[in-house]
Design a protein around this ligand. Sequence first.
Ligand code: HEC
Ligand SMILES: [Cu+2]
Length: 387
Amino acid sequence: MNGVATLTGLMRMGKRVQLVGPLVVLLAVVLLSGCQLALPQSTLSPAGDVAQNQQNLFVFIFWIAVVIFVLVQGFLIIAILKYRARQGREQDIPPQVHGNTPLEIGWTIAPALIVIVITIPTVAGIGATYDAPDSYANDPTLTIEVVGHQWWWEYRYLDEDGDLDFVTANELHIPVDTVINLRLASNDVIHSFSVPRLAGARDVVPGRINRMWLNATETGVYAGQCKEFCGDSHALMRTVAFARERADYEEWAANERRPAVMRTEAMEAGWTVFEENACKGCHTIEGATEEEYELAIGVTGPNLTHFGSRVTIAANTLHKGPADMTMGAFFEDVPTDPDFMQRDPAYENLRNWLNNAPDVKPGTEMPDLDLSDQQLDDLVFFLESLK
Ligand code: HEC
Ligand SMILES: [Cu+2]
């Protein structure tokens, strides 16, 4: 009987030991997965001053927490070892400190001081996220209105006089070492704008205009995302910021200011599909003059004037190319070959989007318009010609 009991006991222990290995591995994976620094949305690899300031604050508080952790755990371990029950002294009670006035005062004041030390730079840091501090007074500035829509971002660039310069969507282009003042508004529900490697998040609230500033200190492509649950496709409401040298940015902006390319004969079929299928009512394509080029002035969906020069669709959830291509590969080698768009399945993702947008993005206002294969081909060609 006893032997059986010992045996089952041993077996149980064996099982427990077997479990420990995988559990340790699992715990390590969960805990260490946060240690990768080069993730696209990591606040731990800042590429702008606002993100850098926020990281500095984080590191400062982190080390305070480490010191407190080591002290508290250290005292705890000492207490456990020193005052543990030992054979023969089960009844011993260590000296009691209850009512010890210097200690009581000490551990009231110390945490209060720690909180004050953390609060001052935190509040100052929050204050510095709205407008660039005076030390940036000599930097060039650019103001962009950011409008959150379910589920995409509209970017309205303002000129020096504060008048509307041009409108684009989802892909934010900025020059490096420039103070970018963002004015944030919502078209429907509360969203939150965030490109973590450049700056923290700010809520985008209907009925008010919030503001934040950021700058990019390195050229690069920085991923972002809506950070406030805003409905069905909230997780598919991303954004991407391209920080470029000033000359490259200026070249891009000059193109954005231009009206859409003139209609060529090859684009005619696609334009007809666009015009006859309600697209025109939801999307804007800015033409030169009304006679030369018919205007589309819909504002429900993204501005498509220079859609052909964008590399992503559906608020940066997909690139336009073949469905099996990774985002990274597409970004590295954005197709510039004029024949690319005629190749099958070159613009597969874009084609799928046009074919049935709600299938790609649940809840989107863009309907499934039941287009034929030929109409889809014509549309892809037309849209991709809008450089
Ligand atoms: C009822 C309004 C509506 C109609 C009609 C409509 N769209 Fe859209 N479209 C939208 C909205 C809203 C989005 C943004 C979806 C998202 O990303 O959440 C969109 C997105 C797009 C995009 C991707 C833009 C980008 O930058 O991500 C393209 C391209 C597009 N539409 C083309 C078309 C074409 C072509 C038609 C006609 C066949 C059409 N749309 C009809 C509302 C509409
Ligand atoms: Cu959202």
